[in-house]
Ligand binder design. Structure first.
Ligand code: SF4
Length: 333
């Protein structure tokens, strides 16, 4: 399982953030070693070289890393689908216009339609919902695919967010059961934890957004453990599979992707089961500039079959075969 090449990788660019969410587990201590050198710019090419299709930049708040723009450009040159996960507060229209040619997906955090709840969670100081609405409208204007990320906690699990989501019109809405990690947020976010029953209640109340064409995806905290391939700017991988962060010793820049990834491992079965493979392509093709075609940016038939064959063997995800097949077929149209 550990030798399956990843289709999608998350690169944590900084531990800095201008927000202070109580449930945050992205302030990785290892990011104190953020490399000042330019070696991070080699990572997109290394990942593309082993068949990775999508690279997501996250943090902390990735817009606080001054190399983000260059990383997006390099990733695009390597043919990767690019994604940035942000709290949205530092995204300006000018920033989006500047990087729209290199950015396929923007993932923005929104947990509640109520500014008071967002503030109580530490998500900004009372203007977060309005900010996300603005960022969403810019994404639509510029043809950037929009994902909304919602962390479901004891403060928002009873909320009906459908109307807000329908107004924001994301392509994908991902809802996460709050995840507590030892050594990160476990102590300070204990009161925000919810059980599976309340998480399911949130899903039942909100999943009808699917009827409007929004790709609604729910991820339990158990499903998050070990199912993401995550890397640091120095090229080491890290994992949360044991309920805490564990870090590899070697960098993919020095020893190659698979050798570095083997040090922490990843759970491809969970990756498939949580819907990690979907049509990665951007909503609209870019006109002019360094455009990438929809066909080029989505999953190739080869990549789909590689992962599909593993799914068949492991029997972990019965729905995957159809999704992989349909994504591959849509590439060929
Ligand atoms: S916005 Fe994200 S990185 Fe910043 S504190 Fe909140 S969860 Fe952490």
């Amino acid at each position: 399982m550990k030798d399956i090449r990843p289709l999608s990788v998350n690169l944590a660019l900084t531990r800095k953030c201008n927000y202070n969410c109580r449930f945050c587990f992205g302030r990785l201590c290892e990011l104190d070693r953020e490399p000042e050198d330019a070696r991070v710019l080699g990572i997109p090419g290394i990942l593309a070289g082993i068949g990775c299709r999508k690279l997501t930049f996250e943090g902390g708040e990735p817009l606080l890393n001054p190399r983000l723009g260059d990383l997006l450009k390099v990733s695009r040159q390597c043919g990767l689908v690019t994604s940035v996960v942000t709290n949205g507060s530092l995204v300006t229209k000018l920033w989006l216009e500047t990087y729209a040619p290199y950015l396929d997906w923007l993932g923005v955090s929104l947990d509640s339609s109520n500014e008071r709840v967002e503030k109580e969670l530490g998500r900004g100081n009372g203007g977060h919902v309005a900010r996300v609405s603005k960022v969403a409208s810019w994404c639509h204007e510029l043809g950037i695919s929009l994902k909304i990320n919602t962390v479901v906690t004891s403060l928002n699990c009873d909320e009906d967010l459908k109307d807000t989501i329908l107004e924001l019109r994301p392509d994908r809405w991902k809802v996460f059961q709050v995840l507590l990690l030892n050594g990160e947020n476990k102590e300070r976010a204990r009161d925000l934890a919810i059980g599976n029953r309340r998480f399911l209640g949130f899903q039942r109340r909100n999943r009808a957004v699917r009827d409007s064409g929004i790709n609604f995806v729910a991820e339990s905290s158990e499903m998050m453990l070990g199912s993401y391939v995550m890397a640091l700017p120095d090229g080491r991988f890290f994992s949360n599979r044991e309920g805490r962060h564990v870090f590899g010793r070697s960098s993919m820049i020095d020893v190659g992707v698979m050798a570095a990834l083997r040090e922490v491992g990843w759970d491809v079965g969970k990756f498939l089961a949580r819907g990690g493979v979907y049509d990665y392509s951007r909503r609209n093709e870019i006109k002019g500039g360094e455009s990438i075609s929809k066909k080029g940016s989505s999953m190739s038939r080869e990549a789909a079959s590689r992962i599909q064959s593993h799914a068949d063997k492991s029997g972990t995800n019965q729905g995957f075969k159809a999704r992989a097949q349909s994504a591959a077929e849509s590439n060929e149209k």
